[in-house]
Ligand binder design. Structure first.
Ligand code: ADE
Ligand code: ZN
Ligand code: ZN
Length: 287
């Protein structure tokens, strides 16, 4: 127990020392997790409540970026946040693309989602002790479900998902990856929602029940009774990366209103799909 408290202290300290690193930014992940938790059925809702650390106060969104903050202590986990394609290819193939820098298979965001889903399926099966830390499994799964929906987390290997492409976001020096993790979301919040993340979430929630209502069932569904289908989410992301994120952008591009307004619908859609699918996956795991 003391050891666990120490772990919490170390992690919280790290969070204060290294705010806001990679992934969707803090806001993108919080949006995905807020949407997801609001869509949980009773059994999944209870299980999540039991698994969340006490300091989260039953708010999944508050720990949705935990996986980014522990990259520094869990070095093995940093390859699990993305899955890039070689030779600027616009399709995802698990066997070709899901490996880390050492070529170890399955070590990418797709493999990680399958792995933590499988770990969580042991919840309730072994009432006394799981061989896994299911709190960490829940936090990893919730985070990676966000990452896999960020188009540039399934980007090109050659530019590290846009990380090495320097651009200007309006007058600010930025890289393309950061534009998609943070800048588009932050600019939308500032411009349309009085800098309130809650108002942005409400707007997406309203789109889910109105504009996208007829599509949501399709988002939730996986082929052949799988619990989750990250291959599909990754395929959609690299398609969106090619069609929207990379399109028309080169080193030094100035990205302003034209880019922001034409790409925002894709960001909104991917945040919504991430939230809906995290909920659907958790409902199937615990349901
Ligand atoms: N590092 C290398 N590729 C990356 C990606 N697509 N996203 C985040 N970090 C990365
Ligand atoms: Zn991440
Ligand atoms: Zn990122």
């Amino acid at each position: 127990m003391e050891c666990y408290r120490m772990q919490v202290v170390v992690i919280v300290s790290l969070m204060l020392l290294f705010p806001n690193t990679q992934g969707w930014g803090e806001d993108g992940h919080a949006i995905v997790c807020k949407i997801a938790q609001s869509r949980l059925g009773d059994t999944a809702s209870e299980a999540v409540k039991k698994l969340l650390p006490e300091y989260a106060e039953n708010d999944l969104a508050s720990v949705c970026s935990w996986a980014d903050h522990v990259k520094f202590i869990f070095h093995w986990s940093s390859a699990l946040h993305f899955a890039d394609t070689p030779e600027n290819l616009c399709n995802f193939q698990y066997n070709r693309d899901c490996k880390d820098q050492n070529g170890e298979k399955g070590r990418c965001v797709v493999g990680a989602i399958n792995n933590y889903t499988n770990q969580l399926l042991s919840y309730g099966r072994n009432k006394v002790h799981s061989q896994y830390n299911l709190t960490q499994a829940l936090l990893f799964l919730s985070h990676f479900m966000g990452d896999i929906h960020q188009p540039l987390h399934v980007g090109f290997l050659g530019d590290k998902g846009g990380n090495t492409i320097d651009v200007h976001w309006y007058k600010q020096k930025q890289n393309l990856h950061h534009v998609w993790d943070d800048s588009i979301i932050e600019t939308a919040e500032e411009r349309f929602y009085g800098s309130e993340i809650g108002d942005f979430i409400n707007a997406i929630q309203e789109n889910i029940t109105k504009e996208w209502d007829s599509e949501v069932k399709g988002w939730e569904t996986c082929n052949s009774n799988q619990t989750t289908c990250p291959d599909l989410y990754a395929s959609e992301s690299i398609k969106a990366a090619c069609q929207w994120a990379y399109k028309g952008v080169t080193e030094g591009s100035v990205l302003g209103d034209d880019y922001f307004l034409s790409r925002l619908p894709t960001v909104n859609l991917r945040l919504a799909q991430g939230g809906v699918r995290l909920a659907a996956t958790l409902n199937r795991i615990f349901g």
